[in-house]
Structures are given as structure tokens and as C-alpha cells.
Design a protein around this ligand. Structure first.
Ligand SMILES: [Zn+2]
Length: 357
């Protein structure tokens, strides 16, 4: 372990305490593995560090990755940990202090946003890509992802293709360049927040972006959300921690059982949204059942003492993508077992009876 990483042990303990690093599995260029902190506390988390380099722009920095895709330098990670603990303590003291609405990036207590009507320009730096296929893909993916945001957010994006091949391009000539960086591991992409200085204003795409494990347009929509100033919902103090140290094996097992059971019982009458591969799923299961409205489904299930949620689940862009106004959503956790899944499957049969299907 380098002395530089050792020096950050205290801040990593703070991050673990804030519940943001524990259990992360991000593969890194340099990792601190379970060192003992000065106060003797073992550090449960590995410290994900990405090495960002680009000769053209003279970029050579190592960043700690928190929340999966937020890259912070050492001062940033310490400020982040301190802020998370501060917020968590404030919410513990007064649960009503937690703000509602979309989470924004803040500086000095003020939410940072681009002024409505602003046009953010970008270049997809062709020379950074392995080949023209990758470059063409990212150009197309960026067009789709920026169009999705542009239609709803009041800020415009403009691709300046002439800058893609501009050898003299400097950071600051466009609002942000999109750069390909060869970096193995599971970190897919990184972006920046409004208020970051030009050296930080880069959207990075890493090897995993091209690995087929994610919807690449979805990845860029997500990253552009950060560019616009939005933060992850799971950092709300009241939200379950993303990188919880507890095992998710049971949740995965029970969700897989639910997928199999519902498909076996109802075949084409049920549409389960999302990936079929459990490696890409959590413990929630959104579905459509025959032609029934999700609210009707939830009402009938309720009569059988099965409680699910119905609606757009605060994911309206996703609903538009699915072509659905709403979905029914069951979720599973440590307290559920296979009997609960069977009760759900039985109760869905009841829905068929009531609606004469
Ligand atoms: Zn993110």
C-alpha cells in the first residue's frame, strides 16, 4: 500500500461509517486492502481508486470512487465523508430535516444548477477511442441520451462534431469533452457536477461501458443527470445504504424464486420488467399482469393480504421507455421467504377470477 493511500485511512473509516464504501466491489488500479486505521478499527471497505489519464489534456489524477461513479480527490473524499456524517446526524436528531424532491449538488448551502436556457457543448474526442466503431457508438449514444434530458430539463446540449478531431482542442473550448479511457474493472463511466472547474468537466467512458453489461444510452443518461446537477437518490440518509455490508444472497435467491414461480405459473400472461440475469437485478420485481391496471392488481392482492406497490415509482422516464403508465412492483428482503412468493402467485390467480380473465 502506498503512503498516499495510508494517509487516507482515517477518511476511509469515515466513509465506511457513513455507509458509502462498505462492500464495494469496484475494481481499481490501486487498492488499499483492509489496513488497520490509526485507532485500530479495521477498514471494511477497499478503497476504489481510478487513475484518470489523458495525454492530450495533460490529465493524470487518481480519484476515489464513491457511490459507484462519483470521482473525488483526497480533499473531496474527506469533505464528502464529513458532510454525509453531518447529514446523517441531523436526520437522526430531526427526521423532518431531510429535504424532499430531487437531490441536487450543493455548495455553501446552495443548490448548483445550470441556468435554464443554457446550452452545454461537448466534443466526443475521436483520438481517445480504440476504433471508429466505439467512437460512432458513443456519438450516437450521446445524441440519444442528451435528447432525452433536453426534452424535459430546460437545458440544451450541442455536439460540436468539428471539435471531435481538433488536435488543438483544450479543456474549456467545449463545456465538456467525452473521453474514452482504457480502464478495466466494473467502473463504467464517470461524470462531473455543475460548478466543477474545466479540468473536472469530463465524461469518461471505461472498458465496462463497451462490455455489454449495461444499456449504454442508459449509462449516459445517468451520467448526464450528474452533469445537470442531480445526485443519487440512495444517498438520502433515510435510504438503505447502497453498499451495505450485509449479504444480499437471500434477497437475490428469493427474487429469483419469484421470477421463476411467476413465469412458470402465468407464462405470457405476466411481463416481468428488467434483466433476466440475477447478476443485474436487485430485490424488486416490477411486472405487468395480463391487461389489468397495476392499481387493480394491487387492490386485489391487498384483499389477499399481499402488499405490493403500483404506480410510476418516481421513474417516469423509465415508464415512458416501457410504454407503460404504471407497473405493479413486489419487493423482497431478509424477512421474506418462499411462502410469501407463493402467496403472491396464488393471489394473482384471484385477480384473474375477479376480473373474469
Ligand atoms: Zn451516478
Amino acid at each position: 500500500m502506498s503512503s498516499r493511500l495510508r494517509a487516507t485511512a482515517a477518511s476511509l473509516v469515515a466513509l465506511s461509517a457513513a455507509g458509502v464504501l462498505a462492500g464495494t466491489t469496484l475494481t481499481t488500479q490501486a487498492q488499499a486492502t483492509t489496513p488497520a486505521a490509526a485507532d485500530g478499527l479495521p477498514i471494511k471497505a477497499e478503497a476504489p481508486v481510478v487513475h484518470l489519464r489523458d495525454q492530450r489534456f495533460g490529465i493524470d489524477s487518481r480519484r476515489y470512487v464513491v457511490e459507484g461513479d462519483i470521482g473525488l480527490d483526497e480533499a473531496g473524499v474527506q469533505a464528502y465523508a464529513a458532510r454525509r456524517i453531518e447529514i446523517a446526524q441531523a436526520v437522526l436528531a430531526d427526521p423532518d430535516s431531510e429535504k424532499q424532491g430531487l437531490l441536487g449538488i450543493e455548495r455553501d448551502g446552495r443548490t448548483l444548477r445550470w441556468r435554464p436556457g443554457t446550452t452545454l457543448t461537448y466534443a466526443v474526442v475521436r483520438a481517445s477511442f480504440a476504433d471508429s466503431a466505439e467512437y460512432e457508438q458513443v456519438v450516437a449514444d450521446m445524441a440519444a441520451a442528451t435528447a432525452a434530458w433536453q426534452s424535459i430539463c430546460g437545458v440544451a446540449f450541442a455536439h460540436l462534431p468539428a471539435k471531435d478531431d481538433d488536435d488543438g482542442l483544450e479543456l474549456g473550448d467545449v463545456t465538456f469533452p467525452v473521453l474514452r479511457r482504457h480502464l478495466g474493472g466494473s467502473t463504467v463511466a464517470l461524470a462531473f457536477f455543475p460548478g466543477d472547474a474545466p479540468p473536472e468537466r469530463i465524461v469518461w467512458a471505461f472498458d465496462a461501458y463497451f462490455g455489454g453489461g449495461f444499456d449504454p444510452v442508459g449509462v449516459l443518461r445517468h451520467e448526464l443527470g450528474h452533469v445537470l446537477g442531480f445526485r443519487h437518490e440512495h444517498i438520502r440518509p433515510s435510504a438503505p445504504t447502497l453498499f451495505s455490508p450485509e449479504s444480499v444472497a437471500h434477497t437475490v435467491e428469493i427474487t429469483e424464486y419469484a421470477m421463476t414461480t411467476l413465469k412458470d405459473r402465468y407464462g405470457d400472461d405476466i411481463t416481468i420488467h428488467g434483466p433476466t440475469d440475477m447478476a443485474h437485478r436487485g430485490g424488486v420485481l416490477s411486472f405487468a399482469f395480463r391487461d389489468l391496471h397495476p392499481h387493480d392488481v394491487s387492490q386485489v392482492l391487498d384483499q389477499h393480504n399481499v402488499c405490493i406497490r403500483a404506480g410510476h415509482h418516481c421513474a417516469k422516464p423509465l415508464m415512458r421507455l416501457l410504454g407503460a403508465a404504471a407497473t405493479a412492483r413486489a419487493s423482497f428482503y431478509v424477512y421474506n421467504d418462499r411462502d410469501d412468493v407463493d402467496a403472491l402467485a396464488d393471489a394473482l390467480g384471484g385477480a384473474s377470477d375477479i376480473f373474469g380473465l
